[in-house]
Design a protein around this ligand. Structure first.
Ligand code: GLA
Length: 374
């Protein structure tokens, strides 16, 4: 990681000339969610893990109000006046969105030169954007001595993405990129922000992420549609039980009592959410008692629900999950992230990751399209 930092600092100098040495330099990981999918915007609990890949940001101060931005991965330089609040497209939107979010929260941010790099696949459901935003928050925090806590950095990343990049997403990704630690699972409660780190014993369990290489069009519109369907379910429930504030507060009985006030589709979406929330609590217990077989079963149940009730899977992901789950040494697998493409997460016995990789390469027809990235 030090090598990546050094490389980025040199790139900053080559992009914008010699100046003060970089005084803010930060990394933030991507994340893979073990369980708790499409529950964060319903105030449910989630259980992500930090990856060892992520985003790097290097910054140095300027005396004026300009921000000059460069990316090691994209051949594009951007130079903007912070007071004009310009919004460039692509990766450069993220650091500038972060500046605005920090200013909204009352922090004084001056001009800077900034360089970014990253080693996460983009659009694969591993939070490349939240990772970039959290890395920007960390680097700007160092540079301007803002004194932000990790949760505040995540909140700024959430505000930046939803308000200024204009992407509808939940709080899970920025919190995971900010709070999660390597080799520990983060149990994060999206209702009240409470969290705990749960041990993942590397002697007994490995987390494997397989990138299916598929990136679906229209993810944003399908995602927004699901958010809307969950809201419809909540409204139907609230018509009979006004005290209920989110699907987090709904059990199966309450959902069934409002059954006649919602369509079959809306009911199916809500049922996924209600049951997925239960699965997260079960998974937490199973992890604590090191019952990895049970953890794997819960992954399988989560995938079936995401595919059947929530309709967020694809034929390719269903096939990949079914075959991976049937391999020896695999406790369970499921799609991870928003869905409609992206990655599969599997829990395997130690050594299973190597067996899984060679099976993908040699035996799964077309399996060499897939990349194991963790
Ligand atoms: C995307 C969003 C998250 C979450 C997941 C589904 O990754 O950014 O907030 O809603 O989908 O669990």
């Amino acid at each position: 990681m030090n090598q990546e930092r050094r490389e980025l600092e040199l790139f900053l100098e080559s992009a914008f000339g010699r100046g003060d040495p970089a005084t803010g330099c930060a990394f933030a990981p991507g994340r893979v969610n073990l369980i708790g999918e499409h529950v964060d915007y319903n105030q449910g609990p989630v259980l992500p893990v930090a990856l060892d890949r992520g985003s790097f940001v290097s910054v140095r101060r300027r005396d004026d109000r300009r921000a000059r931005l460069a990316s090691l991965g994209f051949d594009q330089r951007v130079d903007v006046d912070l007071d004009r609040r310009e919004s460039p497209a692509g990766w450069a939107a993220y650091p500038l969105a972060m500046v605005r979010a920090l200013e909204d929260a009352g922090h004084a941010v001056g001009g800077f030169d900034l360089a970014v790099s990253g080693n996460l696949p983009i659009g694969a459901g591993l939070s490349s954007s939240a990772s970039l935003l959290v890395a920007c928050a960390r680097a700007l925090d160092q540079l301007f001595c803002l004194g932000l806590s990790p949760s505040q950095q995540a909140e700024a990343a959430f505000a930046a993405e939803t308000r200024y990049v204009g992407v509808a997403c939940g709080i899970m990704d920025p919190m995971a990129c900010s709070l999660a630690r390597k080799d520990q699972a983060l149990f994060f409660d999206c209702r009240d922000g409470a969290f705990e780190h749960l041990p993942l014993d590397p002697e007994a369990l490995r987390v494997v992420v397989i990138d299916s290489g598929t990136r679906r069009e229209l993810i944003a519109s399908r995602y927004n549609q699901r958010v809307g369907e969950c809201q419809q379910a909540l409204a139907a429930i609230q018509a009979g039980r006004p005290g209920i504030l989110s699907l987090r507060d709904v059990d199966r009985e309450t959902l069934e009592s409002a059954r006649s006030r919602m369509s079959d589709v809306v009911h199916a979406r809500a049922l996924h959410v209600v049951e997925e929330i239960e699965r997260v609590f079960d998974f937490r217990q199973a992890l604590l008692r090191r019952d990895y077989r049970r953890c794997g079963e819960l992954l399988g149940a989560s995938h079936r629900s995401l595919s059947g009730l929530f309709e967020a899977s694809t034929e390719l992901l269903d096939d990949l999950v079914a075959r991976v789950s049937a391999r020896p040494g695999v406790f369970g697998a499921r799609l991870t992230g928003a869905g409609w493409g992206g990655c599969v997460v599997a829990l395997v016995e130690p050594g299973g990751e190597i067996a899984l990789e060679s099976w993908l390469r040699l035996e799964y027809e077309g399996g060499n399209r897939f990349r194991i990235i963790h």
